[in-house]
Write a protein that binds this ligand. Structure first.
Ligand code: HPA
Ligand code: ZN
Length: 332
């Protein structure tokens, strides 16, 4: 089997995906038109030309602007449904989807509108496509901890639809310690917790996410390699890192895919996984991320299977579901 065919054939779980980052320009234009919202671009080509980021902030500015056309539950449904269709194409059979409620509530869109649209798409994806999913409510770390507390409160009536709490947006200058109290409350309320750390921020932020936020998983975490003691801890605790190769390249976290550390970390025994982060902005969905690292780093077929197995081990699926998918991978 050709290696790209193996990648396509492997069942995979996606654990780091921002639904607002899966907003393709074509759908953005369609929704802007039906909602009669102005966007500062004349064509899809013009939108794509604006996607020349050089760091996280230059991306986030455009990402938040794009999300501003989303107004109604149907818009959130259409956004999520388009992503589920990509999952089906890429054999992503389970996904844990991040959404940023504050990006919408701060514009006057009700929390309920966002969750209704996303949740209905999740239910339909399971019924019609057989794809399972969980929602991760992410706090914007450039905003205050009080604002995160307010969001946690708004989520209370919808707690049965949200399994996980996360932390995203501008990392440097907004350490995990800023959110220690609200994460503690979220854990008390029964949420699992994840946080972006060690993308642009230092390895110290990964320590904080582990020790202060008590996360079950680290998003990105690629800068952990700068700290040997942290690496030993990640390995011994089997702490998952949700690595996003095309994102790292596009945001200049790495200069060249051949220099990406995912293979090195895998070989050292870190529970690394492959994810697409914001695929509409970074040039590809799950399989594109696998193709990019397989080609640039000459990954073996065994390493590719290991990454797919990790994606289920690092997921929040029940154990019997994990075992079912891992057995299927081992049978390929
Ligand atoms: N990092 C931080 N915040 C984000 C990202 C990311 O990669 N994508 C969307 N919000
Ligand atoms: Zn992310």
């Amino acid at each position: 089997m050709q290696q790209h065919d193996l990648i396509a054939a492997l069942p995979k779980a996606e654990l780091h995906l921002h639904i607002e980052g899966s907003f393709e320009p074509e759908l953005m234009f369609e929704i802007a038109k039906r909602n009669q919202v102005q966007i500062p671009y004349q064509s899809v080509e013009e939108v794509k030309q604006a996607y020349n980021f050089h760091n996280l902030q230059s991306f986030l500015d455009i990402y938040y602007a794009g999300a501003s056309v989303l107004l109604y539950a149907q818009d959130f449904y259409d956004l999520a449904w388009a992503y589920f269709e990509k999952c089906q194409q890429d054999n992503v059979v389970h996904t844990e989807i991040m959404f940023d409620p504050q990006t919408h509530t701060d514009r006057g869109v009700a929390f309920e509108t966002v969750i209704q649209g996303l949740h209905r798409a999740c239910v339909d994806a399971e019924q019609k496509l057989g794809i399972t999913s969980y929602l991760i409510m992410s706090f914007l770390r450039h905003l205050s901890e009080d604002a995160a507390f307010e969001t946690l409160k708004q989520a209370e009536p919808f707690k049965d639809k949200i399994k996980i709490v996360g932390l995203d947006s501008s990392e440097v200058g907004h350490p995990p310690s800023k959110f220690e109290r609200v994460f503690s409350k979220a854990r008390q309320q029964g949420y699992l917790v994840v946080a972006h750390a060690g993308e642009e921020g230092p390895a110290d932020y990964v320590w904080e996410a582990l020790d202060l936020l008590k996360v079950n998983r680290i998003d990105h975490g690629v800068r952990s390699e700068e700290d040997d003691i942290l690496m030993q801890r990640l390995i011994s605790e089997k702490m998952p890192l949700t690595v996003c190769p095309l994102s790292n390249l596009k945001l200049c976290v790495v200069d060249d895919m051949a220099q990406h550390n995912i293979q090195r970390m895998l070989q050292k025994g870190v529970m690394v996984t492959v994810n697409s982060d914001d695929p509409a902005y970074f040039g590809g969905y799950m399989n594109d991320n696998f193709y990019a690292i397989a080609d640039a780093l000459a990954l073996s077929n065994l390493e590719l299977k290991q990454l797919a197995i990790h994606s289920f081990q690092a997921s929040f699926l029940p154990n019997e579901q994990k075992t079912k998918w891992i057995n299927k991978i081992n049978a390929i």
